[in-house]
Ligand binder design. Sequence first.
Ligand SMILES: CSC[C@H]1O[C@H](OP(=O)(O)O)[C@H](O)[C@@H]1O
Length: 335
Amino acid sequence: MCTDAPALVEAIRSLAVRGAPLLGIAGAYGVALAAARGFDVEDAAEALAAARPTAVNLTVGVRRARAAYRAELERSGDREQAERAALAAARALHREDAEASTRMAAHGLALLDELLPGGGHRILTHCNTGSLVSGGRGTAFAVALAAHRKGRLRRLWVDETRPLLQGARLTAYEAARSGMAYTLLTDNAAGSLFAAGEVDAVLVGADRIAADGSVANKVGTYPLAVLARYHHVPFVVVAPVTTVDPDTPDGASIEVEQRAGHEVTEIMAPQAPVAGAETGGGIVVAPLGTQAYNPAFDVTPPGLVTAIVTEEGVVSPVTADALTVLCDRSRQVTI
Ligand SMILES: CSC[C@H]1O[C@H](OP(=O)(O)O)[C@H](O)[C@@H]1O
């Protein structure tokens, strides 16, 4: 339970709180929390927004609550009323995300039925995109859940998602709890599933979608897009409009978060690493001193994306014109 803004910043950095839409909601509540606890709201907003650089929703949520706080403070000069305005903005964002999740699930299921008319979808997903990252039932996982509830999901292939295992730890949990047929696999086993013709479509989330349609998502997403293209399998990104960032022109402009090497050189235990410790607290699987490359995300070019599903509908193909419409919509719903 985060009782103050610095604790929430650390929870976001350590991925105790994670997942693009939820980061936006948490960021907004963090601004309201800072105001209520007497922290400097501007400083807290900056720290929260900087906690993880790739997920644009974090910035969106922080800006939404900060704008509400500033506007009310200017209007009434009353800090308590300004705190309430920031909290109201956070609650509104929470509700909007829950509604967006429901609408994305409906649009995504309709797209799957159009792309895969035979039903019995075998869906591969990466990382975790369910209710643990959302005010509702999530993004990509919400589509798989909708298919399951309509009896049209034959199997959910769950990438374990190294190094932090969001798939093995979280998506498998959500799939089991929902009663859907699912199978966990190592990330490097996905290729053989495609080769065996066992994947009908790929469904993933996003952390930032650039104005040209490039998609930043958990590392390991780009190889799935290449495999999907090679094997003529639809590759579908599911994300709220607020994840589209008009101010990031292309994939090369997306800052990809680089994380600590110990997340790779150790099999991480669920608890957060002890700050300042020589290791991350996990089981060391590489010689001490091993350097590790640990980007948290990778970027998929628009040409490999079959469709982007938002709460506003489906964009396919992913063209500059189509993204212009999404960017305009994003500007309307963000500050
Ligand atoms: C659709 S939000 C989930 C999104 O966020 C994950 O990243 P992280 O676990 O580092 O927060 C991953 O990229 C998912 O696709």
